[in-house]
Design a protein around this ligand. Structure first.
Ligand code: PLP
Length: 425
């Protein structure tokens, strides 16, 4: 592995989402345990971003490992034509039991992007089958929903989509209702809803992750959802990032009273172990999608859809998610984050701190944006030198730890952020 690492040292590294160049060469990771990653050069890092927000229970969780290895000895894969299997059935039943009551059916996909793709297909199919020409989608400015073409279309025109704009479908973008701008968003949505071709509204509930952990309140989300539903516009909650505990409850939609028509999950669903995506839908929408009349039904299916091993990993993860101890961990981390955010407030070098549940985003005050790249590299390296994996995007640092992280480990992460502040401030 050492040889390949030196070859990789020569490469330019691109951040998967922003396409920004990331300065440091990749670090060869040998293994992980709990909140810690062990590198091949003998160093250890606290994984303060849950390996890009997926590894919610920590690495090499014995319960998930055991369940996956059992499944591998039983059944790894079946073709989906005419067959199903116990892990897929059990997972759909147990997941639906945790979701808003109207979520009636599960459609398996392979990752977050395809979960979103299916939700969009389902929404468009629904209106098509009704014979109603509703084809437009509403989304938030700055949103990110994945990198398939449908998901790119509803991700705001940006570095993610720019070269392909002519291939994307037409979407109306709403400003994010950040504090102080709620009325503007509500008024703009009301205006859009006067048009009769709006099919669906897709959003990241409460937190726009890739936009920089931009947050808005449950009260406004409830209002936006209610407005859409009053006009029959379908509501799609993309919980790919927020799902499974990030906002302090199991799901971000647990904070609101309105029920979404469709929901998308991935990232945390298998505890970060196996690739799996899930779209859930109300009965009417799901039935419409699975029409026997193939002239009416959009197709979606992949070779690995509902892979039994991935479903088994998700079941083992759910065993943990269903426990009270899971909610206690969320509470413990949320309280700790909130106290740290409070302690930073008003200090030099801090532009804004955003926190909800287990998500903490620190935006540092910097001068000119051309400084962002070198600043990001300095912050990243500073964290690594202190044995912490943090992934600054420009001047923003995210902390989304695995829920097994200890108080002492959290303190070390906060200590690094304090050092970052001193570097910047
Ligand atoms: N939706 C949201 C809100 C996301 O944050 C992401 C990924 O970051 C996606 C969809 C796409 O998920 P995936 O990377 O699994 O395709």
């Amino acid at each position: 592995m050492n040889n390949s690492l030196s070859a990789r040292d020569q490469q330019v590294n691109w951040h998967p989402y922003t396409q920004m160049q990331t300065a440091p060469p990749p670090i060869g990771i040998m293994r992980g345990e709990g909140a810690v990653l062990y590198a091949e050069d003998g160093r250890e890092y606290i994984d303060a971003v849950s390996s890009w927000w997926v590894n919610i229970h920590g690495h090499a969780h014995p319960h998930i490992a055991e369940r996956v290895s059992q499944q591998l000895k039983t059944l790894e894969h079946v073709i989906f034509a005419g067959f199903t299997h116990a892990p897929a059935v059990e997972l759909s039943e147990r997941l639906l039991a945790l979701l808003p009551q109207n979520q009636a059916k599960v459609f398996y996909t392979d990752n977050g992007s395809t979960a979103v793709e299916v939700a969009l297909k389902m929404a468009l199919q629904y209106w098509y089958n009704q014979g109603v020409p509703r084809t437009k989608i509403i989304a938030f400015e700055g949103s990110y929903h994945g990198d398939t073409f449908g998901a790119m279309s509803v991700s705001e025109r940006s570095i993610f989509t720019r070269p392909f704009q002519q291939y994307l479908f037409d979407v109306e973008f709403l400003p994010v209702p950040v504090p102080g701008h709620e009325e503007q968003t509500i008024a703009q949505l009301e205006k859009l809803l006067q048009q009769d071709d709006m099919a669906a509204f897709i959003f990241e509930p409460l937190v726009l992750g890739t936009a920089g952990m931009v947050m808005y309140s449950p009260e406004v989300l409830d209002k936006l959802m209610a407005l859409c539903r009053s006009k029959g516009v379908l509501v799609i909650a993309d919980e790919v990032m927020t799902g499974f505990g990030r906002t302090g409850k199991r799901f971000a939609c647990d904070h609101v009273s309105q029920q979404p028509d469709l929901m998308c999950f991935s990232k945390g669903i298998t505890g970060g172990t196996m690739a799996l995506g899930v779209t859930t839908a109300s009965q009417a929408i799901y039935v419409s999608f699975l029409s026997d009349d193939k002239t009416k039904a959009l197709f979606h299916g992949h070779s690995y859809t509902a892979n039994p091993v991935a479903c088994a990993a998700a079941l083992a993860s759910l065993d943990l998610v269903e426990k009270n101890a899971f909610l206690e961990d969320l509470e413990r981390i949320s309280t700790s984050h909130a106290a740290f955010a409070q302690s930073l407030s008003g200090k030099s070098g801090i532009k804004q701190i955003r926190q909800t549940g287990t998500i903490l985003a620190i935006e540092f005050e910097v001068g000119h944006t051309t400084y962002f790249h070198s600043l990001r590299d300095q912050l990243y390296n500073l964290a690594l030198e202190n044995g912490v994996l943090l992934r600054p995007l420009g001047n923003i640092v995210y902390v989304l730890p695995p829920y097994c992280i200890s108080a002492a480990q959290l303190e070390r992460v906060y200590g690094v952020i304090e050092q970052m502040r001193l570097l910047v401030g």
